[in-house]
Design a protein around this ligand. Structure first.
Ligand SMILES: [Zn+2]
Length: 110
């Protein structure tokens, strides 16, 4: 089965099985569906587990370089549990980043 796609160079409609466009002879480099999409991000899993058990003390923030907010979290006992819950959810859905900007996610790598 083939689908009609558009040549990325001239914009003409071609088949997705065509390696070379029949209109402009440009080579088509179709990107493979990412197999990494469902791969577990183990660091994210560890972050989630640490956050789950020790998150109210801000331990996951200390580990990932967010010392300032980690202390704040420790003092407020995870923002009375609310901040802890938010962080837990953020790690689970991949919205938590460490101090270097690396995203930590329970499910996805990206
Ligand atoms: Zn073309």
């Amino acid at each position: 089965m083939s689908l009609n796609v558009f040549c990325r160079y001239c914009g003409q409609q071609i088949s997705d099985t065509d390696l070379v466009c029949g209109h402009c002879d440009s080579r088509q480099n179709f990107t493979e569906p990412s197999r990494d999409a469902s791969r577990k991000n183990y660091e994210g899993v560890i972050a989630f587990v640490v956050c789950f058990f020790f998150g109210v003390f801000g331990i996951h923030r200390f580990i990932y370089g967010k010392i300032g907010t980690g202390i704040l979290m420790l003092v407020t006992v995870g923002g009375f549990g609310i901040w802890w819950l938010i962080d837990l959810i953020r790690i689970a859905i991949g919205h938590f980043t460490d101090s270097r900007g690396n995203r930590l996610s329970l499910i996805h790598d990206h």
